[in-house]
Design a protein around this ligand. Structure first.
Ligand code: ADP
Ligand code: MG
Length: 362
């Protein structure tokens, strides 16, 4: 067990700066997920922790040891990749035992560790098969098993579920979480999938273009995103954004308005939007914070929308709407009696309204 401490970490490939001043403390026993779009530097960061990629500047510590120049073998980590990286000519047993044999573990110890891991992962019956005789899900279990038998101080995962079909991915996600509860080994997990990040992570690091955007517990990121990028990246369907002009309301407070909206800014946001009076900013509204208005909704939080598409998903219906010039999506109850081209009155939940600077996104 160990914490991982990353300080002022940078990576340049020639002159291309791909990991930029990353600072992060991954706590002992924590399941930490790195999430961000393809190419943002997740894998490179993970590979620097693993020792598979050299560090341009900065420091990585595992436990009390600075590992910057330690070879991967000596870092006491185990890595699981997207492509499983199994040896095709070896049995499942030998695949799992290989790393231990290389490290000269005693035969009995190897047998016990492989059996234990096989029990945990429910692959006991496949130990004598070759990888090609297994399904994708079973292969991924073997890859996990190979990591588990090492009893490493830290697990490093790079998109380990990406090659599985959607249903299996959900199942394996739950198994991974259970496995973590059981073993308690510190884990660093890289994915581009925000649902995986939200469901697996004790905490989540959102990265963009080599930089950490925000670190926090999943719901903290969801409800208090540090900027427009984090707000838009987490959540499905994504947050709605609308450019509005902020005007001081003669009756006190502020109004946010554009071609299709005219909303009283909730008191909670007064300090936030005050400096923007006479200027524009971006409002952020999550689809679940919109609903079809009724008599109980204050008129200054209601606007007109035209329904362009309805997606009925079973557990919810998504209304894809036009509001002035903007497209907006509302998540409403699945049996909503709306039809395409209907003009509806939509109300917002003022508790969850977000505001972002147009230039910086902050
Ligand atoms: P992610 O895992 O978030 O998709 P990567 O860490 O793989 O992103 O890549 C980050 C950036 O670094 C990308 O622009 C990628 O093209 C570049 N990159 C990754 N590995 C190399 C390499 N070995 N040589 C040059 N550029 C690389
Ligand atoms: Mg990657």
């Amino acid at each position: 067990m160990a914490q991982v401490l990353i300080q002022s970490l940078n990576k340049k490939f020639d002159e291309v700066h791909v990991v930029k001043d990353v600072n992060l403390e991954i706590r002992d026993k924590e399941f930490m997920v790195f999430v961000g779009p393809s190419g943002c530097g997740k894998t490179t960061t993970l590979r620097m922790i693993a020792g598979l990629e050299s560090i341009t500047s900065g420091q990585v510590m595992i436990g009390d040891t600075v590992v910057n120049t330690l070879p991967p073998m000596d870092r006491d980590i185990a890595m699981v990749f997207q492509n499983y990286a199994l040896y095709p000519h070896m049995t499942v047993y030998d695949n799992m035992a290989f790393g231990l044999k290389m490290r000269k573990f005693a035969k009995d110890d190897i047998r016990r560790r492989v059996q234990d891991a096989a029990d945990i992962l429910d692959i006991r019956d496949y130990l004598h098969r070759k990888p090609r005789q297994l399904s994708g899900g079973q292969r991924q279990r073997v890859a996990l098993g190979r990591a588990i038998v090492r009893h490493p101080r830290v697990f490093l995962f790079d998109e380990p579920l990406s090659n599985l079909d959607a249903k299996l991915r959900v199942q394996m996600r739950i198994e991974l979480r259970k496995l973590h509860e059981r073993l308690g080994t510190t884990a660093v997990y890289v994915t581009h999938d925000q649902v995986e990040a939200m469901t697996l992570g004790d905490r989540v690091v959102v990265m963009r273009d080599g930089r950490v955007q925000q670190v926090g517990e999943p719901l903290e990121l969801y409800y208090q995103p540090a900027n427009r990028f984090v707000a838009g990246f987490l959540g499905s369907p994504a947050m709605n954004f609308a450019t509005v002009r902020i005007e001081a309301d003669p009756g006190g407070g502020f109004v946010a308005a554009n071609e299709g909206l005219r909303l009283t800014v909730p008191p909670r946001l007064t300090d936030r939007v005050g400096p923007y009076a006479g200027r524009e900013l971006t409002l952020g509204i999550r689809p679940e914070d919109l609903h079809i208005a009724d008599a109980s909704d204050p008129p200054d939080l209601v606007f007109d929308a035209v329904v362009e598409v309805i997606e009925r998903l079973g557990s919810e219906a998504l209304l894809v709407m036009r509001v002035g010039k903007d497209a907006m999506v509302a998540s409403v109850e699945p049996t909503v009696p709306a039809r395409m081209r209907d003009r509806l009155r939509i109300a917002i939940n003022p508790e969850r309204l977000h505001a972002f600077d147009m230039e910086t996104g902050a």
